[in-house]
Design a protein around this ligand. Structure first.
Ligand SMILES: Cc1ncc(COP(=O)(O)O)c(C=O)c1O
Length: 378
């Protein structure tokens, strides 16, 4: 396969040490050795989610985490509001409808997230028991101010469910102090673990509902398994849990605050770099994610050519989803992505855009990015 840079918004780069840890011999899932690795990973996840409540890890992609979260927090007939910032909100809508909730979708214009006062208006009108939203809407690289939104929702006595698939491990989350009742993620993004783990965290004091249990999403049995893997219900993804444990140790060794600051620096570097080339970002200032950046493709350039030229230079970037397919491209800068990776990506992009006929001053984006990185000391 050769060397290449995985600059998509998940799956993201995985550190070689994590890959090596994953390659260790598969233990019995009910052995004391594995149980201790598993429980250590859950304890570290609590730190990342900012909760002393329960954390559940099951084999599955992020969508499995969405389904488990919604099934254990929303009752049939409940009136819920989904704050839609893009493509992935539809997953929350679908999950809530499937448990029989009465769903109202409130949509933000493309590139904007929700402010506290937007949420106040929604809750004033709707008598909603639950608010569901994405922390980072990956499709447009928009971040919502979850801390302020959750506090506002609490004033109305509403539960808050957050899809943190594209944020957890790269942007701050403090479930207990912000009042986020349920937050979920997948292993493959800012946690820098290969795809395959669905993770759901419950705020301290929040009791998951058992009304909508299914064979797989049986929270009663899953919580028992999280206490000890000897209470086997479904087979844990043993080697992926090694990888999770390994990566979480790296994350905590870096320090959560330092890690969030590094993500902010990389995001600002990419944003300034793209703007220096005259490109237009999708997300508005104030709503930009620190884990991914989305940009409009300049007039006259085809996404398929942009992709293949970047690919042939060893850099993998992502396209648009849904209605934005062919119109935007996205660069992921989460988890193990470094300042050098960002610079290399921008430099390759300059050459590609020039080759495709866009006027580029070589070095413009790299210079802008370097200035940001230097100011952050990254
Ligand atoms: C915010 C968000 N929600 C949901 C999903 C779906 O997750 P998965 O593809 O892991 O099932 C993604 C995937 O990129 C995402 O970014």
């Amino acid at each position: 396969m050769g060397r290449f840079l995985l600059m998509i918004p998940g799956p993201s780069l995985v550190d070689p040490e994590t890959m090596l840890d994953m390659a260790k011999p598969t233990l019995s899932h009910v052995s004391a050795e594995f149980d201790s690795i598993h429980r250590e990973a859950l304890d570290m996840l609590r730190k990342v989610f900012g909760t002393s409540g329960n954390v559940v890890v099951i084999p599955g992609s992020g969508t499995a985490a969405i389904e488990l979260a919604v099934r254990t927090a929303v009752k049939p007939g409940e009136r819920v509001a989904v704050l839609k910032t893009g493509y992935f909100a539809d997953y929350l809508v679908d999950a809530a409808r499937r448990v029989g909730a009465e769903v109202t979708v409130v949509e933000a214009p493309i590139g904007r997230g929700f402010t506290e006062s937007d949420v106040e208006k929604v809750l004033d009108q709707g008598n909603f028991s639950t608010v569901l939203l994405q922390h980072v809407e990956t499709s447009v690289a928009v971040a919502n101010p979850v801390d302020r939104i959750a506090r506002k929702a609490k004033e109305f006595g509403a539960k808050v469910i957050v899809d943190g698939i594209a944020s957890i491990g790269g942007m701050e989350m403090n479930m207990d102090s912000w009042g986020v009742d349920v937050c979920l993620t997948g292993s493959q993004k800012a946690l820098a673990v290969p795809p395959g783990l669905a993770i759901v965290a419950y705020r301290d004091g929040f009791t998951p509902l058992t009304d909508n249990e299914t064979l797989y999403f049986n929270i009663t049995k899953l919580l028992k398994e999280m206490e000890s893997t000897r209470n086997y219900y479904i087979t844990p993804a043993v080697n992926l849990i090694y990888a999770l444990n390994s990566s979480l140790k790296r994350i905590l060794a870096e320090g959560l605050q330092q890690r969030y600051r590094r993500h902010e620096a990389l995001a600002k570097a990419v944003q300034r770099g793209l703007e220096a080339l005259g490109l237009r970002l999708v997300a508005e200032e104030g709503f930009r994610a620190n884990t991914v950046t989305a940009t409009y493709i300049p007039e006259g350039i085809e996404w398929s050519k942009l992709y293949s030229e970047m690919h042939s230079r060893g850099v993998e970037i992502a396209g648009g989803l849904g209605a934005l397919r062919g119109k935007i491209f996205r660069i992921g800068h989460m988890g193990e992505v470094s300042a050098n990776d960002v610079i290399a990506t921008l430099a390759a992009l300059e050459r590609v855009l020039a080759k495709l006929g866009y006027r580029v001053e070589f070095g413009a984006s790299v210079r802008a990015a370097q200035q940001v990185l230097d100011a952050y000391g990254v």
